[in-house]
Design a protein around this ligand. Structure first.
Ligand SMILES: NC(=O)c1ccc[n+]([C@@H]2O[C@H](COP(=O)([O-])OP(=O)(O)OC[C@H]3O[C@@H](n4cnc5c(N)ncnc54)[C@H](OP(=O)(O)O)[C@@H]3O)[C@@H](O)[C@H]2O)c1
Length: 256
């Protein structure tokens, strides 16, 4: 048996990244098989110094530096699935792929979209053939989403809960499919839901050296906390200065 000491995150961030990836996460699951009940969930996003993740009208804004993009693509490559909310698809039309210019041997993690009503456009880049994509809908919207998936064997549609995608059901299903890690990339409504459901294991926020002002989207929006005691406490694990900004790494902390 080997003891691995926790490397100091500030002193050696790359070593710390590897340590976190290798560290088995104990999530209560099936006591007979030892299978985890859900994948490990990482949240990552980039915000401006005034706490915005896009322009005031929600238009995509490049906040990360080239070095931070490299980190994000290595993080994507280390995860089994990459997840976003439908508004991010509608606003940014991301590919959710691992770019070869940042990673030597890119993998193709499963792309997952939270889309309760099946609003995803058939033209969405995330539905292209370059990786598998799961459109997670709410009950009753399967048909609408299946129309967009027609003729695309790499696109899968499945319902999780009524009204809105039930994240716990989705995470359980992903674990059953063998997905051990999910990278949640936004937007704010999605990140808030994961935090609120207690489903986040680690959160990294790149704070870019810029200000955009306005009332644009933030890293965590949705309904937000109603009472001060509903705020979600975090533990700051590391602060890393990077070209173009600073990287903050958090873990959820116990409520006092
Ligand atoms: N800077 C960054 O790192 C970054 C990263 C990603 C996105 N963004 C920005 O974020 C903005 C979009 O963020 P957003 O907060 O408006 O939307 P979002 O999180 O991308 O999508 C939210 C939508 O997802 C659907 N959804 C289904 N189930 C859900 C659940 N359980 N919890 C939460 N959402 C669920 C809901 O629509 P339905 O009810 O119709 O299903 C909801 O309105 C864009 O401006 C984009 O540019 C920035």
């Amino acid at each position: 048996m080997y003891m691995i000491s926790n490397p100091l995150p500030e002193a050696c961030p790359h070593l710390y990244d590897n340590f976190l990836r290798a560290m088995p996460l104990v999530i209560p699951g099936d006591v007979r098989t030892g299978a985890p009940s859900r994948p490990k969930v990482f949240v990552n996003c980039a915000m401006t110094a005034d706490g915005k993740i896009a322009l005031p009208d929600g238009t995509r804004l490049t906040i990360s530096s080239e070095e931070d993009f490299g980190r994000v693509h290595r993080l994507r490559n280390s995860c089994d699935a990459i997840l976003v909310g439908i508004n991010t698809i509608l606003k940014d039309d991301p590919s959710l792929l691992v770019k070869a210019r940042f990673v030597n041997d890119p993998r193709r993690p499963l792309r997952v979209v939270l889309d309760s009503k099946g609003r995803i456009p058939a033209s969405a880049t995330v539905l292209d053939t370059r990786a598998h994509t799961l459109i997670a809908v709410a009950k009753g919207s399967e048909g609408k989403a299946l129309q967009k998936a027609k003729g695309r064997p790499n696109v899968h549609v499945r319902a999780f809960g009524k009204g809105r995608v039930d994240l716990r059901q989705l995470m359980k299903a992903l674990a059953t499919m063998g997905v051990r890690s999910v990278l949640v990339e936004g937007g704010g409504e999605t990140i808030w839901s994961f935090l609120g459901a207690g489903l986040v294991d680690e959160m990294t926020i790149f704070v870019g050296n810029m200000v955009v002002g306005g009332r644009g989207p933030t890293p965590a929006s949705g309904d937000g906390a109603r009472r001060p005691k509903d705020a979600i406490p975090l533990e700051l694990v590391s602060v890393q200065r990077m070209p173009g900004g600073v990287l903050l790494r958090y873990r959820p902390a116990q409520k006092k």
